[in-house]
Design a protein around this ligand. Structure first.
Ligand SMILES: *Cc1c(COP(=O)(O)O)cnc(C)c1O
Length: 390
């Protein structure tokens, strides 16, 4: 076998996003064991850093060894007991995944649906919980399949009582757009390392409110998954440091460095950077003549969705972007296949130079394919957008 040398890509899809070189460097540090006193220090730093970005004081805040979906599965299997009523605000592929996992945990699942590209409304949620009060309500903050951000404050406002545990998927939003877990009274929030945190995929940070911990402690039946059982995991990450499984050491080095980078940048500055790059991207895309997919009022800042123009070959455009510019963007999932592009501007990928390169690349490729030729209008609009905010 020859040495494997992957190309340098610019990852502007809905995940993974580019990894900060500092994070890659941290991953090459010597291995220590998962119970080494030095590693215990790393664990402490990670827990503190995660509490800061979730905006919580929750003692049970830790990274699950697994990807974002492991975070989702951890939430469902720890918070649900067989027969529990669970309500999922369903507005895309990842919310549908929540439904499937909740059903496997033998919940009675109800859903409220939003039209694709739109958010669930507080009115819908209110009617649903009045009709049948569920034990768990789950929703996705930034739905990566549609580019929609759910109105988290307005939904959370209806879910303040302790008899309902609120589960929120923040895989594509944590550290990319504002999310205040404790101020909104959210009970169980999970994320993933490879989106706005700009690590490789492999860890899923989770945080549990006192109410979620109470729900965990009062379970009548054990959590169906041994690996994801938080009542044991909290003993490894808590003061006992009792062995549960061998933590992926190098991934935890990566997460620690990513949290250090976030601390240096500051959350407010980081959110502003994501917002400004999102606005510039939208301005540029619209100036080329493209149309955004997600409705303006509910557009996420981290994952952008744009309609593929009629008669344009979705995959053809994407492969030219990859060949000529090394840029990856992705197409739509399920019924949106061939209809939208999904452009992520998350973490280290959310940079002005990436926005401008993508806009110029798209403009060039689209004009070759016979779509309007606007020569430079995209870049001018994007640059104008940066000038307005600065
Ligand atoms: C990416 C993503 C997931 C799944 O994460 P994996 O790391 O692919 O397992 C779940 N929810 C949302 C909103 C996502 O964007």
């Amino acid at each position: 076998m020859k040495e494997f040398k992957p190309p340098f890509r610019i990852l502007l899809g809905p995940g993974p996003s580019d990894v900060d070189p500092r994070v890659l460097k941290a991953m090459t540090q010597p291995l220590v064991s998962h119970l080494d006193p030095v590693f215990v220090g790393v664990m402490d730093d990670i827990q503190k850093g995660l509490q800061d970005i979730f905006k919580v004081k929750n003692p049970v805040t830790l990274p699950i060894s697994g990807t974002g979906t492991a975070g989702m599965e951890t939430a469902m299997v720890n918070m649900i007991e067989p027969g529990d009523d669970v309500l999922v605000c369903s507005a895309g592929v990842f919310a549908d995944r929540m439904v499937q996992i909740a059903r496997r945990a033998r919940a009675q699942v109800q859903t409220i649906e939003a039209p694709s590209g739109e958010a669930v409304t507080p009115g819908q949620l209110m009617r649903a919980i009045e009709k049948k009060r569920p034990k768990v309500v789950a929703f996705v903050h930034v739905e990566t399949s549609t580019g929609v951000a759910q109105p988290i404050e307005a939904l959370a406002e209806l879910l303040r009582e302790d008899d309902i545990v609120t589960i929120v998927d923040a895989v594509a939003s944590l550290a990319g757009q504002p999310l205040d877990v404790s101020a909104n009274g959210l009970d169980f929030v999970y994320s993933g390392s490879q989106k706005c945190l700009s690590c490789p995929p492999g860890l899923a940070p989770v945080t549990l409110s006192p109410n979620a911990v109470q729900r965990l402690r009062s379970r009548k039946v054990p959590v169906q998954s041994w690996y994801l059982d938080l009542s044991m995991l909290e003993q490894y990450w808590g003061s006992e440091r009792r062995y549960h499984h061998t933590a992926p050491i190098s991934m935890n080095y990566a997460l620690r460095e990513a949290l250090r980078i976030i601390e240096e940048e500051g959350l407010a500055a980081r959110f502003a950077r994501h917002r400004d790059n999102h606005r510039a991207l939208v301005a540029g895309l619209e100036a080329i003549g493209l149309e955004m997919y997600a409705k303006r009022e509910v557009r996420a800042r981290t994952v952008n969705t744009v309609k593929v123009p009629d008669g344009i070959d979705d995959a053809g455009v994407r492969s030219k972007l990859l060949e000529r510019y090394g840029i990856e963007i992705l197409g739509g999932l399920t019924d949106l296949k061939g209809k939208i592009w999904r452009i992520g501007l998350m973490g280290y990928s959310s940079q002005r130079k990436n926005v401008l390169l993508l806009i110029n690349g798209l403009e060039e490729i689209l004009s070759e394919m016979g779509f309007s030729s606007t020569s430079g209008a995209g870049e001018r609009a994007a640059v104008g957008s940066y000038e307005r905010v600065s």
